[in-house]
Ligand binder design. Structure first.
Ligand code: SAM
Ligand code: SF4
Length: 335
């Protein structure tokens, strides 16, 4: 057994230990959410995307460096062929504390039980509206009923926690904050409200107009719930509130109004194997090149990762209004 001192750890120049990796398993998606994608999308050629075995190897490398939590995301992770093969492999990794997923829910009816059985403990489902027409408008093509069935399937599958994620945009869905909160809390689910981040050109033309702050969301909720700020953290950028009388929590993810960089414990790996050191910056390490030059070699990956982490930037540089500072869209980044 390795001693505590001998366990490798990934620590950056600012003393932050990296324990959490978000793995994007595909850039593709069956939806086209207005804040995430353009209507017409060109996706990566298959050869540029890591194979499921390559992603599993990257996961193994990180787990061996002390990473304790993986989130599978995308694009839509459940739209990747045979994704359950990857989920099962990651679920068996030694020492992994948490395997979680963020999904749009369109395939959860089929896959929720398999995900739970493979070791996924918590799941986040994106849901921006409870109104069918508006849901279709926001996702451009989505069917609300399919996602609601998926959420029910997840509730029956026995995940430890289900969290809804809602991106709130002024004049598009900001009047649903209360309905969405009630929907989640009455079903013992958490909900996080997310401020839109200016990533890529997507068709929400004026992002300053669309911006709806976490403080406005809190105001919307305050008259209806007895909210108490919670000190709990999931190691992420959410600030949580407890609502008296409910098990579920309300989270606010506020990249604009609250800078969360000082506690950042995470990095991202894109579908093409770029290790992104910060959501809001362009620095990246090409893990695909490393894994393809050294097939099956976890050590080579670990060396590239360890060297790369030293360059993790201190913080993000988002701006509201004007041009997006980052040209990658969220489906490329792995939300
Ligand atoms: N397809 C899955 C889903 O929608 O849950 C996983 C990937 S998606 C990129 C992950 C999360 O990022 C979703 O909750 C989505 O709402 C959020 N997201 C996408 N684009 C965003 C943006 N520009 N600003 C803030 N959140 C965004
Ligand atoms: Fe697809 Fe998720 Fe982006 Fe929506 S937010 S387009 S579901 S990847």
């Amino acid at each position: 057994m390795p001693t505590e001192a001998a366990t490798p750890r990934l620590i950056d120049r600012f003393g932050r230990q990296i324990t959490y990796v978000r793995l994007s398993v595909t850039d593709r998606c069956d939806l086209r959410c207005v804040y995430c994608m353009a209507e017409d999308m060109t996706f990566l050629p298959r050869a540029q995307v890591l194979t499921l075995d390559e992603i599993a190897l990257v996961g193994e490398a990180f787990a061996g460096l002390g990473v304790r939590k993986f989130r599978l995301t995308g694009g839509e992770p459940l739209r990747r062929n045979n994704v359950m093969h990857l989920v099962r492999r990651l679920g068996r990794l030694d020492g992994l504390g948490e395997l979680v997923m963020t999904t749009n829910g369109t395939r959860l009816s089929e896959l929720a039980d398999d995900l739970r059985a493979a070791g996924v403990r918590r799941i986040n489902v994106s849901l921006d509206s409870l109104q069918p027409e508006r849901f279709r408008h926001l996702t451009r093509v989505g069917d609300l009923a399919t996602v609601l069935q998926g959420i029910e399937a997840a509730r029956s599958a026995g995940f430890e926690r289900i969290k809804l994620n809602a991106v709130i945009l002024r004049n598009r869905n900001h009047d649903e904050v209360l309905d969405l909160a009630r929907f989640a809390l009455e079903r013992d689910m958490d909900i996080s409200f997310i401020e839109e981040m200016p990533l890529g050109v997507t068709g929400v033309e004026d992002r300053f107009e669309a911006y709806y702050s976490s403080e406005a969301i809190l105001d919307d909720l305050a008259g209806h719930f007895d909210l108490v700020a919670s000190t709990e953290t999931t190691g992420g950028p959410s600030r949580y509130y407890r609502a008296a009388g409910y098990r579920g929590r309300i989270g606010l993810i506020s990249p604009h109004s609250h800078n969360f960089c000082a506690d950042c414990n995470r990095v991202r790996v894109t579908a093409e194997g770029k290790l992104l050191l910060c959501l809001g910056q362009e620095n990246a390490i090409d893990l695909r090149r490393v894994v393809r030059a050294n097939p099956g070699d976890v050590g080579a990956l670990q060396q590239a990762i360890t060297e790369g982490i030293r360059n993790k930037p201190q913080g993000h540089e988002f701006a509201v209004g004007g041009q997006p500072v980052i040209l990658r869209r969220m489906n490329m980044t792995g939300g």
